[in-house]
Write a protein that binds this ligand. Structure first.
Ligand SMILES: C[S@@+](CC[C@H](N)C(=O)[O-])C[C@H]1O[C@@H](n2cnc3c(N)ncnc32)[C@H](O)[C@@H]1O
Length: 279
């Protein structure tokens, strides 16, 4: 029996995903079908002979159900997400790396040759791994409170063949004081914003990766407090939420980083705060 032409399968999926209220139904359907068929997205449109048949029928139906009914993010359904030059494995153990977090990596690319860097709150390992990939001269370590997320990060490192030292820790607790620079994309969503988050985020991504107290600054404040007692750390870069830059810059200065600057993401939102100690 012939299968369903891929274009027809796509049309049906787009209708179902759009009806569920997802923002990018065509993209979602294309990425999921390309994943199920093991082909590139371009081939879905260019190859008129392509059809969905055999086990792929059930696999695609299942993917569309997860997306449309459960509102699961596409990256968790396909199990992968591109970040900088890497294709990372992702699942519910860790936050899906966001495009704006690539700014944190960009900032770290400016570090001195051979610098010792710690990526705190590493999640899937995205920042640490992308940095090691693009700057193999750096000595990269990464830490995380969730053992489950850390296991995912380690597995990503092994598969990609990238050497990073992995540490299980609550922020800097128990971590050796031998770093020149600290990077972090910590949780920074205010508890009160819970109701405004998309179902993809709220229902599926780990709450511990998102929320940080009444103003979203609890984890950043604690990290900067700990960094105040570590004068050997010469620079810090922290990803923040919209509108948090003034408060974070102030706390960074108080922690001893006399030179502070902010960098904006493509949407014009101040997204990364950088601090350097005046020597
Ligand atoms: C916003 S996610 C960022 C993950 C990853 N860096 C990325 O950009 O995709 C924050 C991460 O911080 C971890 N985390 C939360 N509180 C922590 C703490 N006190 N110490 C270490 N890690 C923590 C969470 O488990 C989560 O993986």
């Amino acid at each position: 029996m012939r299968g369903t032409p891929a274009r027809d399968a796509l049309d049906g999926a787009i209708t179902a995903i759009a009806a569920a209220g997802c923002e990018t139904p065509r993209l979602d359907a294309e990425v999921m079908l390309a994943h199920v068929l093991g082909v590139g997205r371009a081939r879905l449109l260019s190859d008129r002979e392509l059809s969905v048949e055999g086990p792929a029928v059930r696999a695609f139906q299942n993917a569309v159900r997860r997306r449309a009914v459960e509102r699961e993010p596409v990256a968790y359904i396909t199990g992968t997400r591109g970040f900088r030059r890497l294709e990372l494995d992702v699942d519910r153990r860790a936050l899906i790396p966001r495009p704006e977090t690539e700014l944190l990596v960009e900032a770290a690319l400016e570090l001195e040759q051979g610098a010792r860097v710690l990526d705190v709150c590493t999640g899937s390992g995205a920042v640490a791994l992308a940095l090691k990939d693009e700057r193999p001269d750096l000595q990269v370590s990464a830490s995380e409170l969730s053992e489950e997320a850390l296991a995912l990060a380690r597995a990503n490192a092994e598969r990609l063949g990238l050497e990073v030292r992995w540490l299980h820790a609550d922020l800097l607790d128990g971590i050796p004081d031998d770093f020149d620079a600290v990077l972090a994309n910590p949780p920074y969503v205010a508890d009160s914003e819970r109701g405004s988050l998309a179902p993809e985020i709220l229902r599926h991504e780990p709450a511990a990766a998102l929320f940080a107290g009444t103003d979203g600054l609890a984890v950043i404040e604690e990290l900067l407090c700990q960094l105040a007692g570590r004068p050997r750390v010469a620079s810090v870069a922290i990803e923040i939420g919209a509108g948090q830059h003034t408060a974070v810059a102030q706390r960074m200065r108080t922690a001893g980083f006399g030179h502070v600057e902010c960098r904006s993401d493509l949407a014009g939102i101040e997204r990364v705060v950088l601090g350097a100690r005046r020597r």
